[in-house]
Ligand binder design. Structure first.
Ligand code: ATP
Length: 595
C-alpha cells in the first residue's frame, strides 16, 4: 500500500504545534498554568472594559434601546449591588477593570520574566557543564567562537522563545475572546472573520516564510562569523606582525556587507507582509460589518460593541503575527542550542573505574597503540616513568609526544594496550581523583584576565598567601611578582598580555605546583625561559623530587631538561627509539629500545 501523503499545511501545523509544546514544556506545569490563567484573566478584563463602553453610552445619552443583550446584563448586575444605571458607577467599574487588568498583566509579565531568566540560566549552566565534561576529542573540534555564541546570545534567545510564546498566547486569547463575543452577537460576522483570517494567512504566509528563511540563514551565518572572528582575534598577533590586517579587514567587511544585505531583504519581506495585512483584514471585516448592519436586524449597542471589537481584533492581529514570527525565530535559535547541547551531552567523557589512584612505583605505557581517526600515531609504545624522578621525552615535531601526555591525563583512551599506574590500568582508576594529583603545564600558556593570585589558585578559595608565594618561588616567579605594583593582586591583562612569555610560563608552573602534585607534567613548558631561569626551575623541580618524591614528566627539547632528567626517551615512528639514563654517579648511559 502506498503511504498516505501528508498535506503541507498539516505538516506546518504539526511543526508549529510541536514547537509550542516543546517551548511550553521549558517551564514546569504549575508555572505554565499560572501564565495561561493570568493571561486569560487579563483578556477577560479587557473584554469587560470594551463591553462596558456601550452601557456607558446608553446611560449617558438615555438611549431607550437598551432592553436586550449585554446592556441588560450590566444593568441587572448594577442594580443587584444597589447601584444606579448611570455613567459614574459604570465609569468607576471601567477604571477598576482597567486597573485590575494592568495589575494582572504586570504580574504575568514579571512571572514570565522570571521563568525566562531561569530557563536561560539553566540552559547556560547545562551547556557549560556538558562542555566541561565532554570528551576531549569532541571539545577540540568545536570552534571557540561557536561555543561563545551558544553560551551568549543563543542561550538568551532560548529563554526569549518562552517570552514570545506567552506574548503570542496573550494576543491569541484576546482575539479569540473578541471573536467569541462577536459570534454571540452575530454568527454571520464570525464567518466573515474566519474567512478574513484564512485569506490573510494564505496570502501573507509565503512572504512571512521568506522573511523567516532569510532570518534563519542570517543566524546561521552569524554563528559562523562569530566563530571565525573569535578565532581571528585569538590569533591576531601574527596577523598584525606580518601586516595582513588589511586582507583580514576586507574579508570581514565583505561578510558584514553580505549580512547587512540579507538582513535588509529579510526585514523588507517581513515588514511588507505585516504592514499590508492590517488594511486588508480591516477592509474584509468592514465589509462584513456593513453586511451585518445593513441586512441583519442588529441593535445599536450591538453594532457599537462589534465595531469596537473589530477595531481591537484588527489591531491585535498585527502584533500577533509579529509575535508569532519572533517566536519561530527564537525557537530556531533554541533548537540550534538544543542540538549543540544534545551532541555535547552525548559526547560525555567515558566514565572510568572507581579505584583510588596510587603512584608509588611507576607509570607504564604497556604496548600502547593510538590513532586519531585513520591516522596512526603510537604503535605498541612501551615506556616507564619511575616515581620520584624526572623523565624527559624527546623527538621530532609531530611524533606524538603531546599525545603521550594526553593519554596519561586520560583525555584520550588507548586503542590498544594500556596506561598503567602502579600496575593498575588507568581505565579502572577514578579519573577525577587521578587528575587532582597532577600538575600540568601546557605548551601554550593562556592566563585569565585576573590577578596573579587567581591565576595561580584557579579561583580556589581558602588558600593562604604563603602557599601561593611558595609555589611562585618554586617556579622562579616570585622575584618578578614581588616587584609588580600590586604584587599578588596585580591584574595580568587579557590572556596575561601584560607579562612576558617567560613570566606567563612561570605563573603557569606555579599554578601546577600549588597543590603539591604527585605527578608534574611539563609539555614544552620552559621553552620561553632564558637558560639561567630554566636551569633554576629544573633545579627547583629536582629538589621537589628529592624532598617529597615528586614524579616529573617533561616533554622538552631543551638541554637543561636532558641534563636534569634521570631518564630520557627519544620517540620516533610511534615508538621508543632510544633511552638514556643517569647512572648513580651522575654519568649517562644509553640503550637502544628493546623490541
Ligand atoms: N586532535 C587531533 N586530531 C587529529 N590529529 C591530531 C590531533 N592532535 C594531534 N594530531 C596529529 O597527531 C600527531 C602527533 O601530534 P602531537 O601533538 O602528539 O605531536 P608532538 O610530538 O607533541 O608535536 P610537537 O613537538 O610539534 O608539539 C601529529 O601528526 C598531529 O598532526
Amino acid at each position: 500500500m502506498m503511504p498516505k501523503r501528508v498535506p503541507r499545511w498539516r505538516k506546518r501545523l504539526r511543526k508549529w504545534w510541536n514547537a509550542v509544546v516543546e517551548v511550553a514544556r521549558l517551564a514546569p506545569l504549575g508555572r505554565r498554568t499560572l501564565v495561561i490563567l493570568g493571561t486569560f484573566v487579563a483578556g477577560v478584563l479587557d473584554l469587560i472594559g470594551i463591553t462596558m463602553m456601550v452601557p456607558l453610552i446608553m446611560a449617558a445619552t438615555n438611549l431607550k434601546d437598551s432592553a436586550k443583550g449585554s446592556v441588560v446584563a450590566i444593568r441587572t448586575a448594577l442594580e443587584a449591588v444597589g447601584l444606579p444605571f448611570s455613567p459614574i458607577p459604570i465609569l468607576v467599574l471601567i477604571v477598576a477593570g482597567l486597573a485590575l487588568k494592568a495589575v494582572v498583566s504586570i504580574a504575568v509579565t514579571r512571572y514570565v520574566g522570571s521563568v525566562v531568566a531561569t530557563i536561560t540560566r539553566d540552559m547556560r549552566i547545562r551547556l557549560i557543564r556538558s562542555l566541561l565534561n565532554a570528551r576531549w576529542s569532541y571539545f577540540v573540534r568545536q570552534p571557540i567562537g561557536r561555543l561563545a555564541f551558544a553560551i551568549g546570545p543563543e542561550a538568551d534567545a532560548a529563554g526569549q522563545c518562552f517570552e514570545n510564546l506567552s506574548g503570542l498566547l496573550a494576543l491569541t486569547l484576546q482575539v479569540l475572546l473578541f471573536v467569541t463575543v462577536a459570534a454571540l452577537l452575530s454568527w454571520q460576522l464570525l464567518l466573515i472573520a474566519i474567512i478574513a483570517a484564512v485569506v490573510s494567512l494564505a496570502w501573507f504566509g509565503r512572504l512571512v516564510q521568506q522573511g523567516r528563511n532569510s532570518a534563519k540563514e542570517q543566524r546561521r551565518r552569524m554563528r559562523q562569523r562569530s566563530a571565525k572572528f573569535t578565532d581571528a582575534l585569538l590569533g591576531i598577533k601574527p596577523i598584525r606582525a606580518m601586516g595582513r590586517t588589511e586582507r583580514f579587514a576586507q574579508v570581514f567587511e565583505s561578510e558584514a556587507r553580505d549580512a547587512a544585505d540579507s538582513a535588509r531583504a529579510g526585514v523588507l519581506s517581513g515588514e511588507f507582509a505585516a504592514d499590508l495585512q492590517e488594511p486588508v483584514i480591516g477592509a474584509l471585516l468592514a465589509i462584513g460589518l456593513y453586511v451585518a448592519v445593513s441586512s441583519l436586524t442588529l441593535q445599536v449597542h450591538d453594532v457599537l460593541i462589534m465595531s469596537l471589537l473589530m477595531v481591537k481584533t484588527v489591531t491585535a492581529l498585527l502584533p500577533m503575527q509579529r509575535q508569532a514570527q519572533r517566536f519561530i525565530q527564537s525557537h530556531d535559535q533554541y533548537r540550534s542550542l538544543r542540538e549543540l547541547l544534545r551532541t555535547t551531552e552525548r559526547a560525555k567523557e567515558e566514565s572510568y573505574g572507581g579505584l583510588a589512584p596510587r603512584l608509588q612505583q611507576a607509570i607504564r605505557f604497556d604496548r600502547v597503540t593510538f590513532a586519531y581517526g585513520e591516522r596512526p600515531v603510537l604503535q605498541a609504545l612501551e615506556l616507564e616513568i619511575p616515581t620520584g624522578s624526572i623523565t624527559a621525552i624527546m623527538g621530532p615535531s609531530g611524533v606524538g609526544k603531546s599525545t603521550i601526555v594526553d593519554l596519561l591525563l586520560g583525555l584520550y583512551r588507548p586503542d590498544g594496550g594500556a596506561v598503567r599506574i602502579d600496575g593498575v590500568d588507568l581505565r579502572d582508576i577514578d579519573l577525577t581523583a587521578w587528575r587532582h594529583g597532577i600538575g600540568y603545564v601546557p605548551q601554550e600558556v593562556l592566563l585569565f584576565h585576573d590577578t596573579v593570585r587567581h591565576n595561580v589558585t584557579l579561583y580556589e578559595e581558602g588558600i593562604p598567601d604563603e602557599a601561593v608565594i611558595e609555589a611562585l618561588v618554586a617556579a622562579g616567579a616570585w622575584s618578578f611578582v614581588a616587584e609588580l605594583p600590586e604584587g599578588l593582586d596585580t591584574v595580568v591583562g587579557e590572556r596575561g598580555n601584560r607579562l612576558s612569555g617567560g613570566q606567563r610560563q612561570r605563573i603557569s608552573i606555579a599554578r601546577a605546583l600549588l597543590h603539591r602534585p604527585r605527578l608534574l607534567i611539563l609539555d614544552e613548558a620552559t621553552t620561553g625561559l632564558d637558560p639561567e631561569t630554566e636551569r633554576a626551575v629544573c633545579a627547583q623541580v629536582r629538589k621537589l623530587c628529592a624532598e617529597y618524591g615528586l614524579t616529573v614528566l617533561a616533554v622538552s627539547h631543551q638541554p637543561a631538561w636532558q641534563e636534569a632528567a634521570d631518564l630520557v626517551y627519544r620517540i620516533a615512528d610511534g615508538e621508543v627509539a632510544q633511552v638514556a639514563y643517569r647512572l648513580p654517579h651522575g654519568r649517562v648511559g644509553e640503550a637502544a629500545a628493546a623490541g
